[in-house]
Ligand binder design. Sequence first.
Ligand SMILES: Cc1cc2nc3c(=O)[nH]c(=O)nc-3n(C[C@H](O)[C@H](O)[C@H](O)COP(=O)(O)OP(=O)(O)OC[C@H]3O[C@@H](n4cnc5c(N)ncnc54)[C@H](O)[C@@H]3O)c2cc1C
Length: 437
Amino acid sequence: MRRRDIGIIGGGASGLMAAISAAQADSFNSCKITVLEKKDRVGKKLLATGNGKCNLTNLSFSVDNPEQYYRSQNTEALSGLFQQFGVQDTLNQFRRMGMLVMDRNGYVYPLSQQAATVLDTLRFTLEEQGTEVVTDCAVERITFSGTGRDTGFLVKAGGEDWLFQRLILACGSMAGEKKVDYGGYALAKAFGHTILRPLPALVQLRCAGSFWKGLAGVRCDARIQLLISGQGTQERCEEQGELQLTDYGISGIPVFQLSRFAAAALDAGGQVKAVIDFLPGFQENEALWQQLVEEKCASCHQRSMEVLFSGLVNKKIIQTAVKLCGLHMEDRAERKNLPAIKKVFALLRSFEVQVTDTNPFANAQVCAGGVPLTEVDAHLESRICPGLYLAGELLDVDGRCGGYNLQWAWTTGYIAGKYAALSLEKTARQREKGKRG
Ligand SMILES: Cc1cc2nc3c(=O)[nH]c(=O)nc-3n(C[C@H](O)[C@H](O)[C@H](O)COP(=O)(O)OP(=O)(O)OC[C@H]3O[C@@H](n4cnc5c(N)ncnc54)[C@H](O)[C@@H]3O)c2cc1C
């Protein structure tokens, strides 16, 4: 059996940060730390982040109102965690490890704009610290053994038995993974933790309608409102930004930001509608829009639909809206067509579609759900099993797009690693004292 001090299950963003932080907190420099990673390399997901550039944090974050950036059933705990290790601490930590960063409107990337730089920085630091990293090592079962010399977390993985004094679960989620695997959640559950149902978040939305093929490929600025109804409640949330239309529905950053609400509502059997305003610039001046519509209608005599609506929005959107209102692009504007023409104008401002599903976990950037924050303390130690720590996406927190999810991984990894090491030291001191006394 291999006896080690701290075991970290999962070599992703939070697990690697936990290993680094544990070594930093270990004042005697004697702590034996091992990261067990099921894949053939650590940090594979990191390489895919930010389209290969890794948006590692965001300068807009404010510790005073974390609920603006993160969703969780227990947002009250968030401030305290970010106060311990926040955005500036992340920047300082990476700087100490030798990595320079750049920011674009608050979105922070490595100066090289290569996600590989972030992973290399973490890997090189682990090597310098002498942290053991074992890959191709999927942990399937952990038990707590409470007998004498063998007290600790017994892990069977990679054909070996390991005994760890402290254990950090940093298994992440199945977001972005080809295979849906609840394994990490199962490890936490085996210790008695609750798992709030994981659902895809930061993901595309699939919508009803036979017109999507005709819209695929369009990118445009739009405001998207989600109207959610279910069990006697009505909710509304909205985002504006670059919308991407696909052959099955809607995508793009504003859709990603809204998707976790759609996922939760659909999962609970609710109804979700998306209402798209393709001309959001007029929201500030609806009178101008009305004037424009009236002018167009007044002067449209005998113009074709193609000419009448030309230049307002992408042509594919016009073609779809015209067709949905029972017209053809070559139809001439005549008195009898006026009601349908007005409907087209209205549709461009309020294009309503039924959301039927989200894309699967493989397309999602994060998962909503996981272990509730109420089941860990301010040091991320399990309230159910002392000595066990939890970090990263395994916990019930999902952030907005923009570097917030990696920031969550750095914050929780740092705290879990630090306090796992400090609690080990405390136990060693108490043992020493006991021997002397
Ligand atoms: C395509 C994509 C792009 C993204 N872009 C960004 C971005 O630009 N900015 C941002 O902030 N966030 C981004 N994210 C989200 C971010 O990557 C995650 O929130 C973050 O990686 C979570 O860190 P983690 O350590 O909790 O989990 P992970 O990084 O997923 O790491 C968990 C690790 O545990 C391992 N593991 C799981 N179970 C076991 C087991 N039983 N035994 C051993 N090992 C195990 C996994 O193989 C994995 O390596 C993106 C995600 C995706 C999918």
